[in-house]
Ligand binder design. Structure first.
Ligand SMILES: Nc1ncnc2c1ncn2[C@@H]1O[C@H](COP(=O)(O)OP(=O)(O)O)[C@@H](O)[C@H]1O
Ligand SMILES: [Mg+2]
Length: 505
């Protein structure tokens, strides 16, 4: 009995079977774009095609970026923002959770807004919106950040008080607010609830007390970052070049998330009014890096913005070291995802489930060095080429630096004069960094070593270098493997180890 039967088939039939003909990268015509209308990112790994990013052939300009700490997310974002500003004059608003971008923004001549350290936001500010819409947004933020949705009566009381505060300040709830008119604050809404409580006419005073308590968390003296007159004009922020909103001085994650949600909501409203226009390019990029609940909660504006695709004149970049902090809807709706190095299986599973890539890509991602990335793009029309490909390296704006390890201090006089042994080893900074990562050297030690090298004109004698590694707790084993990878001869390696304390530790 035959189990297999040969099938007669025409070659054009075979051609239709994409698994047989599928090339490993999208064609050059898709990857290479007009340099005046696209952002160069890096060359592809297999065919070495220079890939430049543009929003024209993909579903929307929004981007997600994932990768472990040190993989190169922030570096990528900075490079992207600089080039977008050259090409489209794009403004940027960075919602800076941990002040990671602050120094760079300052250096680049941008504006820093320090919430919790001199700057305030009144979350009831309208920036031209209808008070009813703003009230809904505020309630949504509280739903994301507090347990208010479990208490419908408290939610209703809070909403009512906020609306009443607008009415008392002379606003019409269902009309767009005049720009110059000053909005009330959460403190006004709290006062209204307190008066209500003192009336003694409300039948569930405990509900009212709890609603007041919850709202007061955001209005306490000294922590009233969101309950005072705004010191920044959010309407202008999207048009002010490079702006860093430093949230690191706010007391906790909830405060940071409230600020992030408010900023996103406000920018979204501004941009909705302007609408998307292909010819104008990208007017603004909003960056959300490590923004915890803001990227994960279904109700967050981050998810709405990405779902609504090209409705706004701006692009959102959501970056995180923890892919599970990014809602699946973001991965499935953004136009582009950049995946840098990821090592945890559970994160790879989550990404692979969301983006549906091959085992090959999965294994590449887990092996990436700094700056290497897989790119997943959602093209506007279904095409017969893969929508995911690997970049050799994200090519950034930073200059290349060469580091030298000088081993002449371990060579004998006769070895030196014979000139048969290589006297120094040179590395490009990232290459050296990657090697360290490969040999399990942790980031604190890497920073210490680079600080030392940088202080010595990027050059070190081998014995000093190895002593520094040892004094930072790097094991003899890892140091030996590292030196072997540089093809240093075993005889010299043992000499180096002996001179720096032997093979113990
Ligand atoms: N593509 C790259 N080319 C050169 N250096 C890079 C690249 N990506 C990252 N780096 C360097 O590696 C380090 C870590 O990068 P960073 O962007 O801060 O990582 P992450 O934000 O993912 O934690 C930085 O010193 C950065 O300059
Ligand atoms: Mg970072």
């Amino acid at each position: 009995m035959t189990l297999l039967k040969l099938q007669h088939i025409m070659s054009n039939e075979i051609g239709k079977r994409s698994f047989l003909s599928r090339p490993p990268e999208p064609p050059a015509s898709v990857l290479i774009n007009d340099p005046f209308e696209a952002i160069f990112i890096g060359t592809t790994k297999i065919f070495k095609i220079p890939f430049s990013w543009t929003f024209t052939n993909i579903t929307n300009p929004h981007i997600s970026v994932v990768g472990i700490t040190g993989a190169g997310k922030s570096y990528f974002v900075k490079t992207f923002l600089i080039r977008a500003s050259y090409i489209w004059n794009t403004n940027a608003v960075i919602i800076d959770w941990a002040a990671e971008y602050k120094a760079w923004v300052k250096q680049s001549g941008g504006t820093i807004v320090s919430l919790g350290k001199g700057d305030f936001i009144n979350i009831m500010d309208l920036s031209g919106m209808k008070p009813l819409d703003r009230t809904k947004q505020i309630i949504t933020s509280f739903e994301i950040l507090t347990d208010i949705s479990l208490y419908p009566e408290q939610k209703r009381l809070t909403e009512e008080a906020i609306e009443q505060a607008y009415v008392n300040a002379g606003f019409n709830l269902s009309e767009k607010a005049p720009e110059e008119k000053e909005a009330p604050t959460i403190k006004d809404a709290i006062s209204l609830m307190e008066e209500h409580l003192q009336d003694g006419t409300y039948e569930y005073p405990a509900e009212l007390e709890n609603a007041i308590y919850r709202l007061r968390q955001f209005a306490r003296e000294g922590e009233d970052y969101f309950a005072r007159k705004s010191t920044i004009n959010l309407g202008k922020i999207a048009e002010s070049g490079l702006v860093d909103i430093d949230l690191s001085n706010l007391p906790d994650e909830r405060f940071r998330a409230l600020a992030a949600l408010f900023i996103l909501q406000t920018l979204k409203e501004r941009m909705r009014i302007e609408g998307w226009s292909e010819t104008k390019g990208l007017k603004t990029i909003v960056v959300l890096d490590e923004a915890w609940k803001v990227a994960s909660d279904e109700k967050s504006d981050a998810i709405m913005i990405v779902r609504e695709g090209r409705k706004y004149q701006f692009g959102l970049i959501v970056a995180s070291q923890n892919p599970t902090d990014i809602n699946e809807a973001i991965f499935s709706n953004v136009g582009t995802t950049f995946m840098l190095r990821i090592k945890f299986e559970k994160f790879l599973n989550y990404l692979q489930g969301s983006l549906n890539f091959s085992q090959f890509i999965r294994s590449e991602i887990s092996k990436f060095g700094v700056g290497q990335a897989a790119v997943d793009m959602a093209f506007q029309t279904a095409m017969r080429f893969p929508d995911i490909f690997v970049l050799e390296k994200i090519r950034g704006e930073e200059p290349l630096y060469v580091y030298t390890l000088d081993i002449s201090d371990v060579l004998t006089q006769s070895e030196l004069s014979a000139g048969l042994i290589q006297k120094d080893y040179q590395f490009e900074g990232d290459e050296l960094k990657n090697k360290f990562i490969e040999y399990n050297i942790n980031s604190d030690v890497i920073n210490a070593v680079f600080a030392d090298l940088d202080s010595k004109a990027r050059s070190s004698k081998m014995l000093d270098f190895v002593s520094l590694l040892r004094s930072n707790g790097v094991s003899a084993q890892d140091i030996v493997s590292f030196m072997k990878s540089l093809s240093i001869e075993d005889m010299l390696i043992s000499r180096i180890m002996q001179s720096t304390g032997g093979m113990n530790g």
